[in-house]
Design a protein around this ligand. Structure first.
Ligand code: AMP
Ligand code: MG
Length: 494
């Protein structure tokens, strides 16, 4: 296993021409200390988790000490923010240290919050402890849920003050991903009418990550189709777990189909399809129910950027239309069937899934608890015992008659398959998490961390690393929001 000094860097992105980035070192932070670290993320780069305890670890991932072999840089990109062209953005507070060769593709290591870059515009290049803990916990939780995402190695804190709505303290979150290239990285070169760089970037992505596209009649159309299918699959997974990204701007959309740039994200508590997790999103552009269409919109922005490489505008449209919606619909239905304990696809399933969402919406049922508890219910039950058998779900419901009517439909649908209960229940437990990163859980870990106690961040990390296991020691993290958390609002400020 590698130490900090022996991580095998091989920095492919840094070998692209200078136009794609600015080389610059991170800006040091005073008195860095380790707040949290993920052994699972360390394993991806073959880093010995014993390294976490060295003072050099906090120094390296605060940006105070350069890792041998790293070549720090900030990448340029542009993008559409809230549907409006925003022009040049870029890594305003991220430093790509380089890429560590690993089993499979390499992993890029990026510091977020390590100081200003030429792309910082008027901002300070910093990140606060609160948002860094949120990104750390959610990255690792999403990975454990089986959802494609950038990863997080650690959070390092510092007493350095950072001004947001109030004065907070600085932190750096270290992220890992095969690549941080965004839809907006392509939009950048298309908007500047720079076909050479546009092609270089597309070739870089194809050659390094999607070599199969090379064999296609048009490799760039094949890339767009690949991105469309991955993005559709990703958003289907978000919907199925009740995750809301909060800021699906094209600069936050990964070309590899990863969940990227955790800001004011949220997980659904009491179900409301119109829920807006980002307090700054006045019109609900990025509400839960809007996410699938926004993914589609964002692919049009990417397709437009790639159109000079693909050829006819019709080909761009045809590529997106044949890839995005069909993949989303198929994947979403597969995921919902699994959540409901159904092994086969039968006619009428779309209607039943619609009935399920109507029930969740009408009764504002807790999304995570509903599916987890549903798994415990028997497929067949005598009328005399039904109320007792269904109590785990009936206790959540406001209108028990409506719930009972829906359960009768569910049991009829299960009866069409005849799968043994034990098998179905085990399958449901493996797909319906008991634990997700609810806002109140992140907030309570943040409050403790701000007071200097990092043990709750570690407890949440450890719990969410096994979201499908019962883990009775973490029962408290399975609960819906307590009263104190009712008014929690998460803004873009980070
Ligand atoms: P976001 O909304 O976090 O995805 O960020 C949009 C753009 O603003 C990106 O170019 C970020 O790098 C940049 N940005 C956000 N916060 C800061 C900050 N505190 N300092 C510098 N740049 C920032
Ligand atoms: Mg961003």
């Amino acid at each position: 296993m590698a130490t900090l000094e022996t991580l095998p860097f091989d920095n492919a992105f840094a070998r692209l021409p200078d136009a794609f980035y600015t080389r610059l070192p991170p800006e040091p932070l005073p008195e860095p200390h380790l707040v949290a670290a993920s052994p699972d993320a360390a394993a991806l780069i073959g880093l010995d988790p014993a390294e976490f305890a060295r003072p050099e670890f906090a120094q390296a991932f605060a940006g105070n000490r350069l890792l041998p072999g790293s070549e720090p840089l900030a990448a340029v990109y542009s993008g559409h923010q809230f549907g409006v062209w925003a022009g040049q953005l870029g890594d305003g507070r991220a430093h790509l240290l380089g890429e560590v060769a690993g089993p499979g593709s390499g992993w890029e290591i990026q510091l977020k919050g390590a100081g200003q870059t030429p792309y910082s515009r008027f901002a300070d290049g910093r990140a606060v402890l609160r948002s860094s803990i949120r990104e750390f916990l959610c990255s690792e939780a999403m990975a454990a849920l089986g959802i494609p995402t950038t990863r997080a190695l650690c959070v390092v804190g510092s007493p350095a003050p950072v001004r947001r709505e109030e004065i907070e303290t600085a932190a750096v979150v270290t992220r890992l991903a095969p690549s941080f290239i965004r839809f907006g990285s392509f939009e950048h070169w298309a908007a500047r009418n720079r076909p050479t760089e546009l092609r270089q970037l597309a070739d870089y992505v194809i050659d390094r990550f999607r070599p199969d596209c090379r064999a296609a009649a048009n490799p760039y159309a094949a890339l767009l189709s690949d991105v469309a299918r991955r993005t559709a699959g990703l958003i289907a997974q978000w919907q199925a777990v009740g995750f809301m990204h909060g800021v699906m701007n094209t600069d936050n959309m990964s070309i590899l189909g990863l969940t990227l740039d955790y800001g004011p994200f949220g997980f659904m508590d009491a179900f409301d399809a119109g829920h807006i997790c980002n307090h700054s999103d006045d019109h609900g552009r990025y509400s839960y129910r809007a996410q699938p269409q926004i993914g589609h919109w964002n692919l049009y922005a990417l397709g437009h950027a790639l159109s000079s490489l693909i050829g006819e505008p019709d080909d761009v449209q045809a590529t997106i239309e044949s890839s995005y919606a069909p993949t989303f619909e198929a994947r979403f239905m597969d995921l919902l069937r699994a959540k409901l304990g159904l092994a086969q696809a039968l006619p009428g399933d779309e209607d039943f899934v619609g009935d399920t969402f109507a029930l969740l919406q009408q009764q504002r049922l807790d999304f995570t608890q509903f599916f987890r508890r549903l798994g415990r219910l028997p497929a067949r039950v005598d009328e005399a015992e039904r109320a007792a058998a269904d109590a785990p779900l009936r206790d959540l419901a406001l209108d028990r008659d409506a719930l009972d009517a829906w359960l009768a439909l569910w049991r009829a649908r299960l009866g069409a398959e005849g799968r043994p209960d034990a098998e179905r229940q085990a399958a449901m437990d493996a797909t319906n998490p008991k634990f997700v990163l609810r806002n109140w859980i992140a907030e309570s870990a943040i409050r403790a961390a701000r007071a200097g106690d990092f043990s709750e961040v570690e407890a949440v990390r450890a719990c969410l690393a096994r979201p499908f296991d019962e883990q009775p020691q973490f029962e408290r993290f399975a609960a819906p929001p307590p009263d104190w958390a009712a008014g929690l609002a998460v803004s873009c400020s980070s």
